[in-house]
Structures are given as structure tokens and as C-alpha cells.
Design a protein around this ligand. Structure first.
Ligand code: DON
Length: 308
């Protein structure tokens, strides 16, 4: 089928092959063996029609992109107030794996936002624990529902990260010390690492995002999954914190709420209009995909997506 949008997406990928530089993430040993030539893009319209190009069947671990969806799940389950008591919404201006605990005006200590690891580990701990399975399994089922297919854990990535998760474990112990985590930090960090190891393609990501584009209703089924208030909260923190210490640059150049992951994915959402996902494994020094940013910038320019 020769429709204009897929041609446009394929052209984008051809043009962006010129974007060089970046390094594979290597602090998770298994990520260092990713194929650096993989390149994919996908788009969902408001009514959930999906277009994609490049390596759009290639699976990669969702990593930090998961943080946005788990945050949505937990707000929906617990209510915003309870989540806000544990995790703030201020940009940290620091790397994603900084410990970043902040003293609020009420002298309470809490992670600055849910997109950095300290906040995401805390959000993960808030998932109501099912009797016979780990919290990561709850997340996997939720993500699968949004994606419209059964997603799986990447066991190699999970074990590789779990065995080298010293920094996240130290964040976990620190959170436990301040009673922000209320149970065993090792169990929580391991389950958070498993959440990050759920495999997706760019097509899965835009299917998942269609619920954010469409104000909480999954266009594929017509079911309301998230309230308007939850969607607004998630998109707000994606705007201010989704690209970590490159968030200002991103907002100036691309101008839409976004979230990146260290395996090389980036998602971007323009509410009421489109959801975009890109994948290319080489990262800049902030942990964001170099070619991914290049493609997103082009799409933002070509389609006039900047919020302002
Ligand atoms: O916790 C970690 O370090 C990884 N599982 C996720 C980090 C990540 O994706 C950062 N994003 N660019």
C-alpha cells in the first residue's frame, strides 16, 4: 500500500542516517550488545490509526519509558493526592540516576519527580502488591492491555541489570532509610528493574500512547482507562522532567511532552493530535537517543507540533 504517511516516515529515516555520534549504554552490560544500526519510527493518530517505518518489528526493553505509564497506573489506583505525598513534580536538572531527594516546604523528604530513578522506584513501590505475583507482573499486564498484545519480559536484560544494579540499590536503601519505601528495598528495586525489561516495539509504544493522546480513552476499544486528571498529570511531568537534564533543550527544539529510555526509545505526545515513538540505540550524554532526537525534531518541524 502506498499511502503518503508511511512514505514520509521512511524518508525521515533515510534523512536521519546522517545523524552520527552517541554511544550504546553500557552500565547495563546486555545493552552494550544492542545492534546500533536499528532504526524505527511509528505514529498514532487521535483515533488510533498506526503508521510505522524501519525496524518497526524490532523488540527492545522499554526502560525509562515505562516510568510514564506506571505513574499513570498508580495515580489511577491510589489517587493523585496519595502519590503526591510520596513523589514531587519538580524537574531535578540532574542525571536520571541521581539520588535526588528533596526537602519540601513542609520539611518532608521525597524524590523530586517520578521520571528520575528515585521517583520511579518509589512509584513502583506504590503498585498494590498482588498475592501471587510481583509488581512488575501487574505492570506487564497493564502495558499489554494498552499495547493490545501480550508483552514479555526480556530475561537477559532483566538479569543483566539486576546483577549490576548497585546504584539503583543504593537509591533504594536511601529511600528506605527515609521511610519513602515502606518495605524491602531489594525486592522493590528488582521488581522496578523487571518493569524496565518489558520488551516493546515502536508500534507497541504508539499503541500504548494512544490512551494519552486520546485523553484517557483507548481508541482501539473505546474503553476509558485513565481519567483526564491522570493524563494531565502524566503529560505535565513528561513535559518538565521526561528528558532529564536535557528537558529544556528538548522543549525548545521539539516542544511536546516526551519520555526517553536508555535502550534508545523516545516517545512524544501531542494531546488530541498524535503520538510518536522512535528507536535507535546510540545515546547522547544525557541518556537520550541521538537519532531519536533528530527524527523527533524533524517531525515537530514538518508537522508544526511544537506546543507554542
Ligand atoms: O534504572 C535504570 O537505570 C534503567 N532501568 C532505566 C534508565 C533509563 O532508561 C534512563 N533513560 N534514559
Amino acid at each position: 500500500m502506498n499511502t503518503p504517511v508511511p512514505d514520509y516516515l521512511a524518508d525521515l529515516l533515510r534523512n536521519c542516517k546522517a545523524a552520527h555520534g552517541g554511544e550504546l549504554a553500557d552500565y547495563i552490560p546486555e545493552l552494550a550488545s544492542a545492534d546500533p544500526t536499528k532504526l524505527a519510527v511509528a505514529l498514532t493518530t487521535l483515533d488510533g490509526v498506526i503508521y510505522s517505518a524501519g525496524d518497526d518489528e524490532h523488540e527492545f526493553s522499554i526502560q525509562s519509558i515505562s516510568k510514564a505509564f506506571t505513574y499513570a497506573y498508580v495515580i489511577e489506583e491510589l489517587g493523585l493526592q496519595r502519590v503526591m505525598r510520596k513523589v514531587g513534580v519538580e524537574p531535578s536538572g540532574e542525571a536520571f540516576n541521581e539520588i535526588s531527594l528533596d526537602k519540601t516546604d513542609e520539611q518532608q523528604i521525597k524524590p523530586k519527580n517520578p521520571m528520575i530513578n528515585s521517583g520511579a522506584i518509589t512509584v513502583h513501590s506504590l503498585i498494590p502488591k498482588a498475592e501471587k505475583s510481583c509488581r512488575a507482573e501487574t505492570v506487564r499486564l497493564f502495558f499489554s492491555k494498552l499495547a493490545g498484545r501480550e508483552l514479555a519480559f526480556d530475561q537477559e536484560i532483566f538479569h543483566s541489570e539486576k546483577e549490576t544494579a548497585f546504584r539503583n540499590l543504593s537509591i533504594g536503601y536511601s529511600l528506605r532509610n527515609f521511610n519513602i519505601l515502606e518495605s524491602d528495598p531489594v525486592e522493590i528495586v528488582e521488581s522496578y528493574v523487571k518493569q524496565c525489561a518489558i520488551n516493546v516495539t515502536v508500534k507497541d509504544l504508539v499503541n500504548m500512547m494512544s490512551v494519552l493522546v486520546n485523553d484517557g480513552i483507548l481508541p482501539r476499544t473505546g474503553e476509558r482507562i485513565l481519567s483526564h486528571k491522570t493524563v494531565r498529570q502524566v503529560l505535565t511531568v513528561m513535559t518538565t522532567c521526561g528528558m532529564y537534564n536535557a528537558a529544556g533543550d528538548w522543549l525548545a527544539n521539539v516542544g511536546i511532552p516526551a519520555k526517553s529510555g536508555v535502550s534508545g526509545g523516545i516517545i512524544g505526545v501531542l494531546p488530541g493530535q498524535v503520538g510518536l515513538a522512535v528507536f535507535s540505540p546510540k545515546l547522547d550524554r544525557y541518556g537520550n537517543s541521538v537519532r531519536g532526537i533528530d527524527i523527533m525534531q524533524q517531525m515537530s518541524r514538518d508537522m508544526g507540533l511544537h506546543l507554542l
